[in-house]
Design a protein around this ligand. Structure first.
Ligand code: NAD
Length: 351
């Protein structure tokens, strides 16, 4: 069988840091296992024509959310051998789930593999925005010492209200990590937790309409689906408390690009820290690179060296089972048997 992995270029770091498993050069550390099992592993960085050349003969395509290969309906229809689409990480929106279901292609991801890494990043970004860290760092680099400008936009996180949209594995870990900051945490999710779970995490459920106007910080942690695509648009930002800081480590397309730039320029949003973009890699002239008061990162939160080990191991486990004709870990399945089966995605795809 032919396994095609589309992975980010590791460059010099691929040679000096063998733990950088997520890059094309190190191919998730899977080459030996795949070849010993008698299969072919092609590891490339080109998610365009380079991938197209392999699509007609690929049995499995692996992609990471950080450097996504967008395998949409047209590609799936040009891949007669395709049986499995695997995300090395969490979040499989770069695959067309409806088309995969229609063509009986299984989609799986490594559920839970990088949720701690992302939750830590959310806490970092929250503090970076609330404390106005990026402009103060920039002053140091620029040889300045203008305390007034920085301090005029700097707050304590203590006593603020934080809203979490999407209270799954990452959302819950964000809530747990924010507890010692003495904040009030509300959440909104399509599934409500039990009272005991809420008490343990120190948070309470609110309908979105009630949560948005009272939050000083909003963290977006839901998957990108037809229900969440561009959900945070002009109208939604207008419902938020003026001066809210928004952190989005989920997916760039959950936020409407132009509405975000407008909301930052008008001051409706005090700041925005996103780790995720559309498309990725973001072009050099992407408007989010130059909008005011941002603390963006280039989709790195879920690919720490520890996370890479976990998602590489998870992909290895999926492939080993697949080669032996065994069922994949049910927690990893997004599309199976011609249906979207993941509880986090399912309702958005029900016809
Ligand atoms: P999860 O499946 O454990 O949790 C997602 C939560 O969102 C679930 O509780 C689900 O019920 C909820 N949800 C789904 N649709 C909703 C809707 N329309 N309204 C309200 N709630 C909704 O997933 P997770 O591990 O917490 O990851 C969440 C997302 O974060 C992923 O789907 C992925 O897009 C993103 N992610 C990003 C990175 C990164 O590196 N930046 C890494 C991992 C995951």
């Amino acid at each position: 069988m032919k396994i095609v992995a589309v992975l980010y270029p590791g460059g010099e770091a691929a040679k000096t840091t063998p733990e950088l498993l997520g890059c094309a050069e190190n191919a998730l550390g899977l080459r030996e296992m795949v070849e010993a099992a008698g299969h072919e592993l092609v590891s490339i960085t080109d998610a365009g024509a380079g991938l197209d050349a392999h699509v007609p003969t690929a049995d499995v395509i692996i992609a990471t959310p950080f450097w996504p290969a967008y395998v949409m309906r047209d590609r799936i229809e040009k891949a007669p051998n395709l049986k499995l689409l695997l995300t090395a990480g969490v979040g499989s929106d770069h695959f067309d789930l409806a088309a995969a279901a229609d063509h009986n292609v299984t989609v799986a991801e490594v559920t839970g593999s990088n949720v701690v890494s992302v939750a830590e990043h959310v806490v970092m970004m929250t503090l970076a925005l609330v404390r106005n860290y990026i402009p103060s760092y920039q002053q140091v680099v620029d040889g300045l010492w203008d305390i007034g400008t920085v301090a005029a936009r700097s707050h304590d996180l203590e006593d603020k209200t934080v809203g979490i949209f999407g209270m799954g594995r990452i959302g819950q870990r964000v809530a747990a990590r924010l507890k010692p900051f003495d904040v009030t945490v509300y959440y909104h999710d399509q599934r409500r937790m039990t009272t005991t779970e809420e008490q343990v995490l120190g948070c309470r459920y609110l309908p979105l309409e009630k949560m948005l106007p009272i939050c000083d910080v909003l963290s977006i942690n839901a998957p990108l689906t037809p229900a969440t695509q561009e959900m945070f648009n002009r109208e939604m930002f207008a419902k938020m408390k003026r001066g809210v800081n928004v952190v989005n480590t989920a997916r760039g397309r959950i936020v409407h690009a132009e509405s975000l730039v407008e909301a930052l320029k008008s001051g409706q949003l005090a700041g925005y820290a996103g780790d995720v973009w559309y498309p990725q890699p973001a072009p050099a002239d992407h408007p989010w690179r130059s909008m005011p008061n941002h603390a963006m990162t280039p989709h790195v939160s879920g690919t720490t060296l520890e996370a890479q080990k976990r998602y590489a191991d998870g992909v290895g486990d999926c492939l080993e089972r697949f080669f032996k004709g065994q069922a994949l870990d049910p927690d990893f399945l997004i599309v199976d048997g011609g249906k979207v089966v993941s509880p986090s995605y399912r309702s958005a795809y029900e016809k």
